[in-house]
Design a protein around this ligand. Structure first.
Ligand code: SF4
Length: 551
């Protein structure tokens, strides 16, 4: 039933083919590319660039790279040109893309489900040290990103990563991105259902499959059977959330159409219960709807959330069932609210097999290659060789016996990875920012790390869950709209009327318990230098004036 990019079908008669003609929907028979990105994808599948990298670009160097490959298709293999150093944020919107491009790349290693072995982590650490100037950031989508990568080294990096079962395939681009998974899948005492087999099957069926490598835009997905709701399911294009059906038992509640950036939307429930074995099929159905019906005319309307907003849950489910699954789905319940506002699994927790998992907090996800290999050594010595990354830029060592916990915690803390961190270390995230990102306006990682240190010094007794998310531009890579305090990077005026780096403030967002977007406080902007004073004031006043359990 699904449409393939090679053989699009005519619009079924029940659809008003002309109605969305202007949106570039393939299913409406509108196959002519309506913008440069669509033209690039039509000219050549992004996945095909790998051969050119291996046979041409890696040998002839950066200057040999075709422009459409450089700023388009290379993303299909996780490669993104990084920002030339020294260009200030005021120039971001003024300069042409080629003026911002450095000759080095960011390389994103996808870690589906956040599942890593110590061998894999060691290889990432070695690649970082040999080919990426020691850089490594854990992202809030469970990936690890390296910087300063030269095109000449990419084939060797792939050889090493793929040698241990890792990949960069479709880590960026208009593709099915990394599949988020509960970092405690298969081990947590309170788990409703383990989604790992579904993640593995989707990887096999979908990732690198040319039937799904030309989507209108990125497609983000999440699967978790944890009652802590630990994969930010509300803001993914598709999410499967563990629930217990009163008749059928454990399975997943299906959500679609979440996303941040422009027009942020909380995903909607389709009211359908999906058993574990059907998750890959339903995933394929939804991603096929996105491919076939998704809007391709304007990039800023091309995410699935816009289609879902126009159709509504009822019509979306009807199209999914009638045109793609060819059967009806079972109605099912909504997930329960989580009991805790922390859902990052930091700390020492008992597994259902009696062993323990130990979650720890780097500062704003920043690590380095040497340290990654040390973490791998520690995890090997104290556990079974399994680790996980989280969607809060944290890591977890699994399978630690009780007598090894203390020694592991001491080893991690000696590396400055805290197992019992302050709420500020635990709850602060930062995106890549101006150090490497071409879209950035302000610095984020160093700013976020300094903010943590300053708040720990000023508010040593503050002891409540708090999330502070720092973004370098109006995009939402660090999920600013869903933080207690969301900071959106922009240029602001200081007291002397000069333009300096600063932030627009959003207050009161959350995921999980009482999920919703923070409010942009009109006119509330702070300079980067004022940031610690501002956050301290907000938190002090909140503690003094809140009522009962008010967030
Ligand atoms: Fe770059 Fe903006 Fe995303 Fe930060 S939020 S990584 S600055 S695009």
């Amino acid at each position: 039933m699904a449409i393939t990019p090679e053989q699009p079908k005519a619009a079924p008669s029940h659809r008003k083919a002309g109605r969305h003609r202007g949106e570039g929907q393939w299913a409406a028979g509108h196959l002519t590319p309506l913008n440069g990105n669509e033209q690039t994808k039509k000219d050549d599948d992004g996945l095909n660039v790998r051969t050119r990298i291996e046979t041409i670009y890696a040998h002839r160097g950066f200057d040999s790279i075709d422009g459409a490959d450089l700023r388009g298709r290379m993303r299909w293999w996780g490669l993104y040109t990084q920002r030339k150093p020294g260009i200030d944020g005021g120039k971001t919107a003024i300069l042409e893309p080629e003026e911002l491009d450095d000759e080095f790349f960011m390389l994103r290693v996808r870690i589906d489900g956040g599942r890593l072995t110590t061998d894999q982590l060691r290889v990432i650490g070695e690649v970082s040290q040999e080919f990426a100037r020691g850089t490594a950031d854990i992202t809030d989508r469970q990936n690890i990103q390296l910087h300063w990568v030269r095109i000449e080294d990419v084939p060797e990096i792939w050889r090493r990563l793929e040698g241990v079962g890792l990949s960069t395939t479709e880590a960026c681009g208009d593709t099915p991105r990394v599949i988020l998974g509960s970092p405690v899948a298969g081990i947590a005492e309170d788990e409703i259902i383990d989604g790992t087999p579904a993640i593995e099957e989707i990887q096999r069926r979908v990732i690198g499959n040319k039937a799904f490598s030309n989507l209108p835009r990125k497609f983000k997905s999440a699967i978790s059977g944890s009652p802590s709701l630990d994969v930010a399911h509300e803001i993914n294009d598709i999410s499967f959330v563990g629930v217990v059906h009163p008749e059928h038992g454990p399975g997943f509640d299906l959500w679609v159409g979440g996303g941040l950036s422009t027009n942020p939307k909380i995903g909607v429930r389709l009211g359908a219960w999906v058993p574990l074995e059907d998750v890959p099929e339903v995933y394929e159905g939804v991603i096929s709807i996105f491919r076939d019906y998704g809007y391709r005319r304007l990039r800023n309307r091309a995410r699935l959330k816009f289609l879902v907003a126009d159709w509504g849950a009822e019509r979306f489910r009807e199209v999914l069932e009638r045109e793609y699954l060819l059967r009806t789905l079972i109605d099912g319940p909504a997930p329960d609210q989580p009991v805790s506002r922390w859902r990052d699994h930091v700390g020492v927790h008992r597994q259902r097999d009696g062993r323990f998992y130990v979650g720890f907090a780097p500062r704003v996800g920043r690590v380095d290659g040497t340290t990654l290999t040390k973490i791998a050594d520690l995890a090997q010595a104290h556990g079974s060789g399994r680790l996980r990354t989280t969607v809060e830029q944290k890591m977890i060592v699994l399978d630690v016996t009780e007598d090894q916990v203390e020694s592991l915690v001491a080893g991690l803390e000696a590396l400055d990875f805290q197992v019992n961190p302050s709420p500020f270390r635990r709850g602060t995230m930062a995106c890549t920012g101006i150090e490497f990102c071409k879209l950035a306006i302000v610095e984020t990682k160093a700013r976020g790390a300094a903010l943590i240190d300053e708040l720990e010094r000023r508010l040593p007794d503050f002891d409540e869950p708090i999330t502070i998310n720092v973004n370098g531009c109006p995009n939402a890579c660090a999920r600013i709209q869903t933080a207690d305090i969301g900071l959106k990077g922009q240029l602001v005026l200081n007291d002397d009327g000069e333009q300096v780096e600063g932030f627009q403030v959003h207050l009161g967002g959350a995921l999980g318990l009482d999920a919703g977007f923070g409010r942009k406080v009109r006119g509330l902007k702070v300079t980067s230098d004022e940031l610690p004073d501002y956050v301290e004031r907000v938190l002090t006043r909140y503690q003094a004036e809140r009522e009962d359990d008010e967030r």
